[in-house]
Structure formats: structure tokens, C-alpha cells
Design a protein. Structure first.
Length: 422
């Protein structure tokens, strides 16, 4: 959530940020709502002052043995009006908070202004795709031919956008999880095993609610949601807490299933592992001092990129322009892996600095010495999703005879297996 004082004192800054983001939020609407809130608050405070004065006068009259009946009638009217205004003031306050909750974060000054994904500049390119002397196949064809993917059984068990992994595929996914987690622990992240269901307050803390409820899976009869990413429970680990400045930066990582309705993705990536309702992802989350958070963002980006380098998978990194940024982000890098079967780069990691946007919603602060607690900055990044990584491994390491070589770094995690045979 953005700072209320910023909207009140520098509305032009927010108006430009919203225009750059192509957001439908209107600062003029906020000022109308805030003016109503202020007017009602001023009116009720004035009436409460009158009531206090009238109560004092009633007490004086009674002590003097004089009649206070006319004052008691006035007090009754004042109290009734104050009760009405208290309700109206609370409604006005909630309207202001609702507007703020629906308002995206302000892009950092380093973020390029652009309309959509076509205007995201590339900042890094690593590796070169193989030259194949045979017709390359896409990962779902390879995985199915090798007996590792069963989309038909998954469809019978649940529906579309699910997969059953068998044998080598199940083991490869487990190998990727262990490889990713071990790498992040070496980089100083603490491994966490969080709940896969969270409550409404937790979803609100990271910005999934109230704006994106249609993208979530909610449990019937419970106000619980299945997590769309481990970012949600990891970031909210310190909701309502005050951390010591000396403990920053602090990093967590977790491997969890992620559940997404993919609302708005009808007809997109209906085959394979790219866009499923359930998938496993290793997530990185960091809590940082405001003066250090953009340095931490660069570190997190490198933590994601280095995994692909160790897997020897070509990739490129782009910085998202203002028109393509996520709701909570102030700056985002997308790392895209090369998929030769699709002859394109596809997003495999998104690393974002959310500045104090999530910290305000979840009330996560830090204290420096005896100073008043201040909001810290939160960061999150994929490190990495197993499905998309597996897709990249299958497509980049496929062989002419239908087999797939296993990346050297994963061989120990696969019990020494070097090739997946037809």
C-alpha cells in the first residue's frame, strides 16, 4: 500500500506513476473521498467538543440546584448526530483505505516508461542455443514419448492444466528442488516449510487481495486460500513485527506447490508445463533496509540467473517497463530461458523489489537503535519453478535418438543417471 501522506502532499507524483502504469486508478477520486473523510471527521470532532461543553454545563447546573432539562435534550440530539457521523466517518475512512488498497506501487525512477511487454529492454543475455541437426520437439512431446508425462490421466483425475509425472520425471523434479534449495542456502537464505493455505489477511499483506481474488483458489466454507506462490507466507512471516536493523538483510527460501486459476489465460499455453493450475516453485524472499534494497534486488537477480548458468541453459534478462509491471512491484527483472522447441525465450523467474508497499500492508518494520520503527523493504523472486525448468532441460538437452541428456550439475541428484533413454 502506498503512503497516504504521499498522495495527500504530492498527488502529481502519484498521478504520473499511475499514468505511466496505464492504471485506471484516478487521483481525483481519492481527493473526493479524502475530502469527505476530512469534512466528516471535522464535523464530528466539533460536535463532540460541543457535547463535552454541554455535559460540563449540565453538571454545573445540577450542582447549583438548577434545572438542566433543556440542556439534557440538547445533549440527546448531539449524541444522536454524533452516532450518525461516527458511522459515516468510518465508512469514509474505509472508502479511502479501499482506494489505497486498489492502487499499485509507484515505479522506481530507474524503471523504463513503456506501454506493454513489447517495450521491455533487455539487460543481459547469456549462452547460445544449440545448433540441432534434427527437427527439435517441444517438451510435452519429449516428456510424453519418454513415459514421464501423462496429461490424459491428470485430466481424468482433475481436469485440464494438470500433469502426472512418472519415474524419471518425478525424480527430475525432486532433483531440481533439491538443487535449487541447496544453492540458495549456500547464498545465505534460510529454508522454510510454510503452510500451503493462508488466511485473508495474509493474502492482503502481499497484495493478492482484494484486487486479484479471481486468480486465487479459495476453500469452500473457510476463509482460507491456496497459495499462488510461497512469496505470500514467506513475506508475511514477519507481519506485525519490528525487526532489528542488524538482522537486515534477511532471506528465506521455500519449495512449495503453487495454485493459480490462470483467470484471463484462456487458450494460452494449454499444452505442456508452462501454465498449469498446480506447479512446484522454489521462491526467494528478502527483507532489506530501504537504503540497500535495490542492491539486494541485483543480488537476487543473480541468484536466479546463476541457477540457469549452472544448468547451462541459455537465458536473457529484461527489466519490465511501467506498463508491464506487477501490482506490488517498484522494479522487476524477468529472467527468460531459451526454449528451442518453441524457438523463443519464456519467463522462468521474476525478481521484484516491492519497496515498502507490502510492508505497509502487513505492518513489517525495523528499528535502528532508539529511532522510531520504520517500514522495511520486501523483495521476492522465483528461484526457480520446476516445471518450466524441466521444459527447458528437455528441449535444450534433447538428442537425435529421442533421449535427453541430464545437465551435469543434476547428475548427482539423479543417482548418477546421465541420460533419459527412450
Amino acid at each position: 500500500m502506498i503512503d497516504l501522506r504521499l498522495v495527500q502532499k504530492t498527488p502529481e507524483l502519484l498521478a504520473k506513476a499511475l499514468a505511466d502504469r496505464h492504471s485506471s486508478q484516478d487521483v481525483a477520486v481519492f481527493h473526493q473521498l479524502d475530502e469527505t473523510r476530512r469534512r466528516l471527521l471535522g464535523e464530528v470532532e466539533a460536535l463532540k467538543s460541543q457535547r463535552n461543553a454541554a455535559s460540563t454545563e449540565v453538571a454545573r447546573l445540577k450542582r447549583a440546584g438548577e434545572s438542566a432539562e433543556h440542556m439534557m435534550e440538547e445533549l440527546g440530539k448531539l449524541s444522536a448526530r454524533i452516532k450518525e457521523l461516527d458511522v459515516a466517518t468510518e465508512d469514509a475512512k474505509l472508502a479511502v483505505e479501499s482506494w489505497l488498497m486498489q492502487t499499485p506501487n509507484i515505479p522506481d525512477v530507474s524503471v523504463p516508461v513503456g506501454r506493454d511487454e513489447t517495450e521491455n529492454p533487455e539487460v543481459v543475455r547469456w549462452g547460445k542455443g544449440r545448433d540441432f541437426d534434427f527437427s527439435v520437439r517441444e517438451h510435452w512431446e519429449i516428456g510424453s514419448a519418454l513415459g514421464g508425462f501423462d496429461f490424459e490421466r491428470a485430466s481424468r483425475l482433475t481436469g485440464s492444466r494438470f500433469v502426472v509425472m512418472l519415474g524419471w520425471a518425478a525424480r527430475l523434479e525432486r532433483a531440481l528442488v533439491n538443487f535449487f534449495l541447496n544453492a540458495h542456502m549456500e547464498e545465505g537464505y534460510q529454508e522454510i516449510a510454510p503452510p500451503y493455505m493462508v488466511n485473508r489477511a495474509t493474502m492482503t499483506g502481499t497484495g493478492q487481495l482484494p484486487k486479484f481474488e479471481e486468480d486465487l483458489f479459495k476453500l469452500e466454507g473457510w476463509d482460507y486460500f491456496l497459495i499462488p506462490t510461497a512469496e505470500v507466507p514467506l513475506t508475511n512471516m514477519h507481519a506485525g513485527e519490528v525487526l532489528d536493523e542488524q538482522d537486515l538483510p534477511r532471506g528465506y527460501c521455500a519449495a512449495t506447490p503453487c495454485f493459480r486459476s490462470e483467470a484471463g489465460a484462456y487458450g494460452k499455453d494449454t499444452k505442456g508445463l508452462i501454465r498449469q493450475h498446480q506447479f512446484i516453485k522454489v521462491e526467494m524472499v528478502r527483507f532489506a533496509h530501504p537504503d540497500d534494497s535495490f542492491t539486494q534486488l541485483e543480488n537476487m537477480r543473480r541468484h536466479a540467473e546463476s541457477l540457469l548458468e549452472r544448468l547451462e541453459l541459455p537465458y536473457r534478462t529484461i527489466v519490465l517497463c511501467t506498463g508491464d509491471m506487477g501490482f506490488s512491484s517498484a522494479k522487476t527483472y524477468d529472467v527468460e530461458v531459451w526454449l528451442p522447441g518453441q524457438n523463443t525465450y519464456r519467463e522462468i523467474s521474476s525478481c521484484s523489489n516491492c519497496t515498502d508497499f507490502q510492508a505497509r500492508r502487513a505492518n513489517i518494520r525495523f528499528r535502528s537503535g532508539s529511532a522510531k520503527p520504520a517500514f522495511l523493504h520486501t523483495l521476492n523472486g522465483s528461484g526457480l519453478p520446476t516445471g518450466r525448468t524441466m521444459a527447458a532441460v528437455l528441449e535444450n538437452y534433447q538428442q537425435k535418438d529421442g533421449s535427453v541428456r541430464i545437465p551435469k550439475v543434476l547428475v548427482p541428484y539423479m543417482g548418477g543417471q546421465e541420460v533419459i533413454e527412450p
